[in-house]
Design a binder for this molecule. Structure first.
Ligand SMILES: [Zn+2]
Length: 394
């Protein structure tokens, strides 16, 4: 009798586990899943064909589908080290051209979307909704006509700064650097940019912006804003992260903070160890670069695997991403959180979320933390749709 009871209990226990496992997958699959920031166009620039499954990096069309990602914002990043080679605006246009080509060649899988309605229709048709976000105000070269051109090509958010300050807004890196002598916050033209974006229905992104710029934006913007890929300063003291006051202000503004997956923004101390590792392996890496010669992709893959392997003891677990959500919820509730992976812009990710195909794992961890279905759906995509509707309504 006792044995029978044990067997019955074991079976029901196993069934419960199996149920929980499929529950998270079902919930993830039926939810609208949005990733607000990935740099995969950098892989495309280096020659990757993302319509096929890549054995490296984080994002391609196959792995997005496997990970149930319905809406992918492709970051368009004007690279300052290439400045002079055609300029920041032309570089941005070239990246949009690349995305257009990918879409043109894969219309059965992905469509460019510019409105909440286009996103809904595309997802309903079982395709990935591709959106464009610009990462760096330098792209507009102090010219609202250029901002309009980027908008007309489909860009729906503009990160006011990257780690370099345009003439009209200071970035977090500069604002926290003792050597920086430039202006702080928004200039008069910077304020015009904010008004233009409000009027046009384009989303303002404050990830990478300095605090002074942030507070000027809060004063100026009549619409909700986002931080497309940022975390909590109080959990990880990095200048890229948001202070409690900034988080509370975003709550009041009805904005959304999309959590970045980079370990260096999730836990204190990661960057110190990671930079030390990179420094100590530099000579070895230089020699490996010689070995790989013209096979630059082969070298990149080798280097990346090497760093991933050697950071496994101090990389945080996927649960750390949800720790940052917990913290924001404790301050301002669950209407202001989303996902902004920074995939392919970062070389190292937390354990358990190796690439875009592993996105359902986030849903699993949220369920384990006791998040309600309603809360999970908001975080995965509902909060983004609310903000996009509110900002784009004219
Ligand atoms: Zn970034």
């Amino acid at each position: 009798m006792k044995l029978l009871l044990v067997i019955v209990l074991s079976i029901s226990f196993l069934a419960a586990i199996a149920g929980a496992q499929s529950d998270y997958k079902i919930l993830h699959e039926k939810s609208l899943v949005v990733d607000m920031h990935a740099d995969v166009l950098l892989q495309v620039l280096r020659g990757a064909d993302i319509s096929k499954r890549l054995e490296y990096g984080h994002v391609d069309l196959i792995r997005l589908k496997e990970g149930g990602v319905d809406v992918q914002f492709f970051a368009v990043w004007p690279n300052p080290t290439l400045y002079g080679k055609g300029g920041m605006f032309n570089q941005s246009i070239r990246m949009i051209d690349l995305l257009d080509k990918i879409i043109e060649n894969n219309l059965d899988k992905i469509n460019l979307t510019r409105t909440p309605a286009e996103i809904e229709q595309t997802v309903k048709n079982g395709k990935i909704a591709a959106c464009i976000g610009i990462e760096g105000g330098t792209a507009i070269e102090n010219d609202l006509n250029k901002l309009k051109e980027l908008y007309d090509r489909g860009a729906r958010y503009l990160g006011l700064t990257w780690n370099d300050s345009p003439d009209w807004a200071s970035c977090a890196k500069d604002e926290t650097s003792p050597e920086y002598k430039g202006h702080r916050g928004l200039t008069e033209f910077g304020r015009e940019v904010i008004h233009w974006m409000n009027d046009k229905g384009m989303i303002i992104d404050v990830s990478h912006s300095g605090e002074k710029t942030f507070w000027d934006v809060m004063e100026e913007s009549k619409k909700p804003i986002i931080a497309s890929h940022s975390c909590v300063y109080n959990l990880c003291a990095h200048y890229r992260n948001l202070s409690d006051d900034q988080i509370k202000a975003i709550g009041k503004n009805r904005g959304v903070i999309f959590i970045n997956f980079y370990p260096g923004y999730l836990v204190n101390g990661f960057n110190r160890k990671y930079y030390a590792l990179r420094k100590s392996s530099q000579a070895y890496m230089d020699s490996m670069k010689q070995v790989y010669g013209n096979d630059r992709l082969g070298y990149r893959k080798y280097r990346n695997n090497y760093l991933v392997e050697r950071t496994k003891d101090f990389r945080p677990d996927i649960g750390r991403i949800v720790d940052h959500m917990d913290y924001i919820i404790s301050l301002i509730g669950d209407d202001h959180i989303g996902l902004g992976s920074d995939f392919d812009g970062i070389s190292i990710v937390p354990r358990g979320i190796d690439n875009a195909s592993k996105m359902p794992e986030i849903t699993r961890v949220m369920l384990e933390r006791g998040y309600s279905t309603e809360r999970i759906e908001k975080i995965l995509g509902g909060n983004f749709m609310r903000v996009f509707r509110e900002v784009s309504a004219l």
